[in-house]
Design a protein around this ligand. Sequence first.
Ligand code: NAD
Length: 399
Amino acid sequence: MKILCVLYDNPKKGMPKKYPLSKLPVIKKYPNGQTLPTPKGRDFKPGTLLGSVSGELGLRKFLEKNGHELVVTSDKDGKGCRADRELRDADIVISQPFWPYYLTREKMESAPNLKFAITAGIGSDHVDLQAAMDHNIDVYEVTYCNSRSVAEHIVMMIISLVRDYHNQHAIVNRGGWNIADAVHRSYDVEGMHVGTVAAGRIGLDALRKMKPFDVHLHYFDKHRLPKSVEKELNLRFHSSVESLVKVCDVVTINCPLHPETENLFDKKMISKMKKGAYIVNTARGKICNKQAIAAALKSGQLSGYAGDVWFPQPAPNDHIWRKMPHHGMTPHTSGTSLSAQTRYADGVREILECIFSRKQVRKEYTIVRNGELAGTGKHSYTKGNATGGSKEAAKYKRR
Ligand code: NAD
């Protein structure tokens, strides 16, 4: 088989010769009892850069030994890019949410052999899921591999936004020491109302991690959590996003991007939020309307916005979120810490081993199978396509 793997660029100065830590902590299983990926083998050192082009997700030896062809590239956008050329006779495409290869209907239709799309991470919205269903292309992702990594990033961003860390750090970097400038937008989170839109693997973990800060916790999800969890976290369920945003000082967004959630936080929804609230969105950029977010930060309707997800990705150099006031944005990094890379590389290998030996891929890794949403896809997504507008990614110029 021919496997096309689209990964992010190597570090500008080349692959690291050494890493800060020589070993990763051992994690036995995820909180709901799900096991970590269990591939039959591993040809990489845990804790190294596996997600960039030269890391190749540690797959080359395994694939070539089994007679497959592996093509790895980061050239994924714009007419004539290498990924589009290689896709034409590929059987499997592997891509990442951090540097997404937008697998639109048009691209799928250019690839008659294509049978599988695998996400090295979580969130398969960069694949036109409707077209995948129509063309019988199975879609898999490595559910849970980086959910807890993202929850850590969410806590970091909530605390740093509310305390106004970015401003204070910038003052130090400029050689300054004006304390009043440093604290005139700085609060404690203690006592605040913090709510999540979606309490799946990430949303629930973020709630659990925020609990020790003595905040009031809220959530909205299509699937209600067990009563025991609501009781344990003293968690208030809301029956709509509107009801949640009306009372929360901090809203974190943790649902997948699909037709139901695209543009969910538009001008109207933001106007229903508590004045001066904060948003942390590590789910997907397209869930928030980019102009409405920037305008709300300017007017004071929002006090801060942070996250690591943009649309499209890479974000064009002039994307409005790069320059809006009171933002704490990072590039799409929360789910690709060195710790997470090990888990998603193992997970991709497990999925490939199943495909090659015609064994069923785990239900929790399944998004689309046999032309239908299935497994996690059935639980967390709706039919349709969310890749519209992705051609804009070609506007990004590497710096
Ligand atoms: P999950 O499948 O465990 O949870 C998703 C939850 O969203 C489910 O509980 C589902 O019921 C809920 N949901 C779906 N549609 C909804 C809607 N319209 N309204 C309310 N709730 C809705 O997935 P997860 O591991 O928690 O990940 C969630 C999303 O986070 C991913 O799909 C991905 O987009 C994003 N993510 C981002 C990164 C990153 O690096 N920034 C990494 C992993 C995942």
